[in-house]
Design a protein around this ligand. Structure first.
Ligand SMILES: NC(=O)C1=CN([C@@H]2O[C@H](COP(=O)(O)OP(=O)(O)OC[C@H]3O[C@@H](n4cnc5c(N)ncnc54)[C@H](O)[C@@H]3O)[C@@H](O)[C@H]2O)[C@@H](O)CC1
Ligand SMILES: Nc1ncnc2c1ncn2[C@@H]1O[C@H](COP(=O)(O)OP(=O)(O)O)[C@@H](O)[C@H]1O
Ligand SMILES: [Mg+2]
Length: 289
């Protein structure tokens, strides 16, 4: 098997773009995060907060009606659009053009949601971030995979990946199958785990940040928000995926000396995003390459 390209501070720094001093929220990108269902509004709450803390100018969450107050109260900076349905999404309808869309955290797999996801996919032209139940819905409806815009980023954890590509006997087979899948549908696969790997065309990357503190509910939802935010800020899909997984893991490496593994939760990732960006934006004295 070919050796991976390691996603280290140098790979991250060469992709990182400074925030310009004369920018404004209208230039910083508008991310739309679609998901949530009754009992799982937390997933989209976390993703949208992470998107804001990753630097995009505007964030809108699209959730079923039951999520409206939850998100408005917990994230006042986030705008909220609601579905006609109370407990799960049934019509992903909005009348603005976001710079990036992520779909899936907490979405559920109700039949009406599946149908709405199909209608949504048919209309999409720009790369998406596809996570969690949106991946599970694609695994149940593989013929919809051809609807994914080129260079969409899918972020499966190992179980979601298995649903999507079938099982594997060893790491080599996993990567080979993932690569064939990514090439077939012209997508980027972020294979989450410890370590997270990224598969794109002929390239195969492996992240060097992160630790077991990330084994906590919602940490993948936060990653989805981070990648969507970078995509909204005009990072290319592969740069958004690479920088996203690096920053996400880095928060855990920076936090653990203070929090320990046990008390680290998904919100801690968001809390440490600032320190992670300072590290990447060269505040440590390490030259930017
Ligand atoms: N606060 C919230 O609202 C939360 C909502 N969530 C949402 O809940 C829904 C279900 O997601 P889940 O991922 O929990 O359910 P899944 O059924 O997709 O995945 C859980 C299964 O995957 C296995 N698995 C997960 N990570 C693994 C790894 N690294 N190695 C091997 N096996 C692994 C688990 O053992 C379990 O069998 C999604 O929509 C998700 O976004 C979760 O993100 C948790 C937090
Ligand atoms: N032991 C570990 N070491 C490093 N990273 C981990 C570990 N366990 C989980 N993670 C990371 O945490 C995230 C978990 O994502 P996911 O399973 O989708 O969580 P959730 O759905 O609860 O948000 C992924 O980014 C994964 O790489
Ligand atoms: Mg997940």
């Amino acid at each position: 098997m070919r050796l991976p390209i390691y996603i280290d501070q140098f790979e991250a720094r060469k992709r990182y773009k400074d925030i310009l001093h004369d920018t404004h929220k209208g230039l910083q990108g508008h991310a739309l995060l679609i998901g949530g269902s009754y009992g799982k509004i937390g997933a989209i709450t976390l993703a949208s907060r992470a998107a804001l803390r990753t630097g995009c100018g505007l964030v809108t969450a699209f959730v079923p009606k039951c999520g409206y107050e939850i998100i408005q109260i917990s994230n006042p900076e986030v705008m909220v659009l609601t579905d006609v349905n109370k407990k799960y999404l049934s019509d992903m309808h909005y009348d603005f053009q976001p710079n990036a869309i992520a779909i899936g955290p907490g979405l559920g797999q109700a039949l009406e949601t599946q149908k709405a996801f199909y209608d949504f996919l048919v209309k999409q032209k720009s790369p998406l971030v596809v996570d969690a139940d949106a991946i599970n819905i694609l695994a149940q409806n593989p013929e919809w995979l051809t609807l994914l815009p080129r260079q969409s980023i899918l972020t499966p954890h190992p179980k979601e990946l298995e649903r999507l590509i079938g099982s594997w006997c060893n790491q080599e087979e996993k990567v080979t199958k993932a690569r064939a899948f990514a090439q077939r549908y012209q997508i980027i696969l972020v294979l989450k785990g410890g370590p997270t790997q990224v598969v794109f065309g002929q390239e195969f990357y492996e992240n060097t940040t992160g630790n077991q503190a990330l084994a906590t509910a919602g940490s993948g939802d936060v990653l989805t928000g981070i990648i969507a935010s970078l995509l909204a800020q005009s990072y290319s899909p592969i740069d958004a995926a690479i920088l996203g997984v690096f920053i996400h893991g880095l928060t855990a490496d920076l936090a653990v000396p203070k929090t320990g593994y046990e008390s680290f939760i998904a919100s801690t990732i968001i809390k440490y995003l600032g320190k992670a960006f300072l590290f990447i934006a060269n505040e440590t004295g390490i030259p930017k390459t």
